[in-house]
Design a protein around this ligand. Structure first.
Ligand SMILES: *[C@@H]1O[C@H](CO)[C@@H](O)[C@H](O)[C@H]1NC(C)=O
Ligand SMILES: *[C@@H]1O[C@H](CO)[C@@H](O)[C@H](O)[C@H]1NC(C)=O
Ligand SMILES: *[C@@H]1O[C@H](CO)[C@@H](O)[C@H](O)[C@H]1NC(C)=O
Ligand SMILES: *[C@@H]1O[C@H](CO)[C@@H](O)[C@H](O)[C@H]1NC(C)=O
Ligand SMILES: *[C@@H]1O[C@H](CO)[C@@H](O)[C@H](O)[C@H]1NC(C)=O
Ligand SMILES: *[C@@H]1O[C@H](CO)[C@@H](O)[C@H](O)[C@H]1NC(C)=O
Length: 334
């Protein structure tokens, strides 16, 4: 059924020449370019890669776990299959020496047992169209295993056409959710992890739910409501999922800090007692100042051992991401 949806989407693409082609992932052109097509479940039966534009769909290469692989003639010296670390039969399409000529849209068509066809569109964009600062609105820190929900409520008045959620990384943008607000329907998501969301006609509040987050879910998440006029409202949140290690280190620092401060308190107490006894014996006042100074130093030490262990929060920092604006249409190249 997903395949059908995609075919319909593709027909739309073919019909509307020059229209923006729907993409699931956008990656930055790099000399060592690899395209990945991680599928969530099942066993790979066959994988075929295509280069697509508004009018054509050209096969690049095909892979079968037992029959092997074949690279089509015009691409023989340009691409090869590279084993992915994510699964035994998951192949990445790798480029020998990627250049401007490789910019464009790619599609991987997978046959997966027992689920059937699965297709994903990846857009390769020139690297100079990236690196736009995105202002950060919020920062959420979580432990692994939590269920994280991001919710955004539209502030602007007026009807909106679309709401999208994306994960933004320096080299790639993944579309998590795209909801057409006039239809109340979302496009099938091709993100490798499970995301729950809501899509209904004219809704003004959108959420995504990521069950059981892991460290690799850390990153920037962007929600964008867009009107037919191109007007938009965007919200960016950074998610940091701590891994167990840093957590233990943090706890260790706390313990070390607490023990050290206890030692200091005992030391100061001892010093004060000694000084007080001497003072009593000698009846002189100036040594009291010295102990005051020692105490100040000790409390400074106490504070600095804690500030080291404190996780710095990224609020207010400028985040640079590969962010081609929505309104910009992909340049069609001959
Ligand atoms: C890659 O291509 C560029 C120009 O297109 C060329 O200068 C460079 O030598 C090539 N590198 C390799 C490893 O083929
Ligand atoms: C997260 O959601 C799952 C169901 O998807 C539930 O079983 C689990 O208890 C939830 N965990 C937390 C920490 O809320
Ligand atoms: C949403 O669906 C409507 C009706 O099918 C269509 O006209 C419109 O172009 C779609 N909007 C987007 C952003 O895909
Ligand atoms: C999704 O949105 C509909 C309509 O706004 C609402 O009735 C429903 O409860 C929402 N579902 C969730 C899981 O929030
Ligand atoms: C969103 O709005 C800002 C100005 O508010 C504009 O600069 C930007 O191009 C818009 N983005 C899209 C995708 O329309
Ligand atoms: C699409 O690609 C084919 C070759 O693969 C090319 O001949 C055609 O001009 C391209 N169309 C557009 C609109 O770029």
């Amino acid at each position: 059924m997903d395949y059908f949806t995609f075919l319909v989407a593709l027909l739309h693409v073919h019909k509307a020449l020059g229209e923006e082609i729907f993409w699931n992932t956008r990656v930055k052109l790099a000399e060592t370019l690899t395209l990945e097509c991680q599928y969530p479940l099942g066993t790979l039966v066959q994988m075929e890669w295509f280069k697509i534009n508004a009018t054509e769909k050209e096969s690049i290469a095909i892979f079968h776990p037992t029959f092997g692989s074949e690279i089509r003639e015009p691409y023989v010296d340009r691409v090869y299959f590279l084993k992915s670390t994510s699964g035994p039969n998951d192949m990445m399409l790798a480029f020998h020496n990627a250049s401007e000529a490789d910019v464009g849209f790619y599609s991987c068509l997978l046959e997966i047992f027992p689920y059937g066809s699965w297709e994903k569109v990846i857009q390769v964009v020139p690297s100079d169209s990236f690196e736009i600062a995105v202002p950060l609105n919020s920062h959420v820190v979580s432990e692994p295993g939590e269920n994280i929900t991001f919710m955004y409520e539209l502030q602007m008045k007026g009807p909106m056409q679309q709401v999208t959620w994306e994960k933004v990384q320096s080299h790639q943008i993944d579309l998590l959710i795209s909801c057409n607000l006039s239809q109340g329907k979302s496009s099938p998501s091709r993100f490798r992890r499970q995301i729950l969301s809501n899509c209904s006609q004219g809704m003004r509040r959108s959420f995504i739910l990521m069950p059981l987050v892991v460290a690799s879910d850390s990153g920037l998440y962007r929600c964008c409501f867009k009107a037919s006029t191109g007007e938009n409202e965007t919200f960016v949140v950074r998610l940091t999922v701590t891994d167990g290690k840093t957590d233990n280190q943090y706890v260790l620092w706390m313990v070390v800090g607490a023990v050290l401060s206890l030692l200091f308190v005992i030391l100061i107490a001892a010093v004060i007692v000694i000084l007080y006894n001497r003072k009593r014996r000698r009846q002189k006042s100036f040594q009291g100042k010295e102990s005051q100074a020692t105490q100040n130093k000790a409390s400074n030490n106490y504070r600095s051992s804690f500030s080291i262990s404190q996780p710095s929060d990224g609020a207010g920092e400028d985040i640079y991401v590969n962010y081609p604006t929505f309104s910009r249409r992909p340049k069609t190249r001959a």
